[in-house]
Structure formats: structure tokens, C-alpha cells
Design a protein around this ligand. Structure first.
Ligand code: MLT
Length: 265
């Protein structure tokens, strides 16, 4: 693990393997360890870069909203530091919001996009209010309540009852997130712009993955992105909810590897 100073704060990241660069951006309120199995599967053939987005993992948190645009700039500055001009940019959920914000600001730096369990729409007014309440709750009470409320939406009931190691992994990531980092991400997600219009302007290869039972970013959101992004490929992963890369690692990795082989050979 390494650190870089960006915008006055320290960001942690890992940079593993050699080959065409692939950046993987975790969701909220997780950290770069979300991608351990993908780093393992890809790093024999690719250079895989996994940052802890600001406020998460071992990266610093700042007060106030951590916007998706600012997180995308952090990623761009990390790539500058690593002397990488273009990369595959992938993200799960909030990481997908950041990937779309990155494409909007730096389209020529994106070789291909991977959008997992995410969506292009902004929050509704009601959604924004809920984010602000959750941000206050995280700051006042810490992460345990947030983690308990989120768990049943992140994993299928089958995973929750039969795979305690996956439940523990997801829960531990959430508990490790700093409350001020979680609050910043919540306020940043609430402020994010609607990227629906951007979709038809995406010209790079794009892979869209979604758990069939994802209640946070449902399959319809991915179908919409797939209709609007020219030439994209949609994969609906059965028996998975929101954290599809952890629930169905084998299928997720197989689709990701196939896509990378086809699109950036
Ligand atoms: C995430 O997994 O990043 C979040 O659940 C996304 C969201 O709340 O919109």
C-alpha cells in the first residue's frame, strides 16, 4: 500500500501487477479491500490500481461533502502521479458514480468503463433528505447502526444466512469507515449530478454488471444504462444483491476478464 497527497489530504492506494492499467473504485461505505479478489484475478495480466476514496479505508476524511467530481479528480491526480495517461475505469455503486464523473471530466483518459451495481440518475429529493439524516446519524452514533441497516440490502438473504464469512467481510469494511468519511460521501452522493445525458456520449467499451436482486441500484437502472451507452454489454448476475463482486466472485471475474480481453487487447 502507498500514499499520495492530493488536495492537502493523504490517499491510500495499491498498485499491483504489470500491463494495461485498470482502476477499480469501491462503493460506500467500503474500501479498496472490496476488490481483493478482482486484484488477484487480474494482476497477472493488468496493472490494477485500487484507491481508498477520500474518507474511506486508510485515506483521510475532510469535513463536508466529498463530491463525486472531487473524488474523480483525486483519481485523475493519482493517475498523473503514476504517470498513467489512460486506464480502464471501473466502479461499484458509488465507485460507479465516480467513474461516470471521471468520464465526464476526462473522457480521453478512459480506455473502457466497468459500471457495477450503479446508476446514472441523481438522487430524488426524498433520497437527498435520507442521505442528510444518515450523515447526521453516522456522525452522532458511529457506523454500527448504518452497517446493520445496510446489510440486508447489500447481500441476498441466502448469503446472509449461509455465508457468514462474506457477511463479516462486508460488515467489517463498513465498521472501519470513519463516520466523518461516511458523512462526507453521503452528502457528496446527494449532490451528485444526473449523468443520464452523458450515457449517449460514451464512446469507449463499457461493461455493466448488476446483481439480479440488487435493491439499491436495481436491474432496471442497469438496463437503462445499457440502452443508452452505445455497444455496451449488460450482465445480470443471479443470486446476488448489491455487492455482486463478493457474492458471485467467480462469475464477476469471468465477465470482467472476458471484457478486458476483448476491449483492450
Ligand atoms: C454504495 O454502495 O456505494 C451506495 O449504497 C450507493 C448509494 O447509496 O447510492
Amino acid at each position: 500500500m502507498s500514499f499520495i497527497t492530493v488536495d492537502g489530504i493523504q490517499l491510500a492506494y495499491t498498485d499491483t501487477g504489470l500491463g494495461a492499467p485498470v482502476v477499480l473504485l469501491h462503493g460506500y461505505p467500503f474500501n479498496r479491500s472490496l476488490w481483493n479478489e478482482q486484484v488477484g484475478a487480474l494482476s497477472n495480466s493488468y496493472r490494477v490500481i485500487t484507491p481508498d476514496l477520500r474518507g474511506h479505508g486508510e485515506s483521510d476524511a475532510v469535513q463536508g461533502a466529498a463530491t463525486m467530481n472531487r473524488m474523480a479528480q483525486d483519481v485523475a491526480e493519482l493517475l498523473d502521479h503514476l504517470q498513467i495517461s489512460r486506464a480502464v475505469i471501473g466502479g461499484l455503486s458509488m465507485g460507479g458514480y465516480v467513474a461516470l464523473a471521471f468520464y465526464k471530466q476526462f473522457p480521453s483518459r478512459v480506455r473502457a468503463l466497468v459500471l457495477a451495481d450503479t446508476r446514472a440518475q441523481a438522487d430524488t429529493e426524498e433520497g437527498k433528505q435520507t442521505r442528510s439524516q444518515q450523515a447526521e446519524k453516522a456522525l452522532a452514533e458511529g457506523m454500527a447502526g448504518i452497517a446493520d441497516a445496510m446489510l440486508p440490502k447489500l447481500l441476498t438473504p441466502d448469503t446472509v444466512s449461509k455465508r457468514p464469512e462474506v457477511v463479516k467481510r462486508v460488515r467489517d469494511m463498513m465498521l472501519k469507515t470513519k463516520p466523518e468519511g461516511a458523512a462526507g460521501a453521503l452528502l457528496g452522493m446527494a449532490e451528485r449530478e444526473d449523468q443520464t445525458e452523458l450515457l449517449s456520449r460514451i464512446t469507449c467499451p463499457a461493461l455493466i454488471l448488476v446483481g439480479q436482486d440488487d435493491p439499491i441500484t436495481p436491474v432496471q437502472d442497469s438496463e437503462k444504462m445499457n440502452r443508452d451507452i452505445r455497444g455496451s454489454r449488460l450482465v445480470v448476475i443471479e443470486n446476488a444483491a448489491h455487492v455482486s463482486n463478493l457474492e458471485r466472485t467467480e462469475q464477476f471475474n469471468e465477465e470482467l476478464t472476458k471484457f478486458l480481453k476483448q476491449s483492450i487487447s
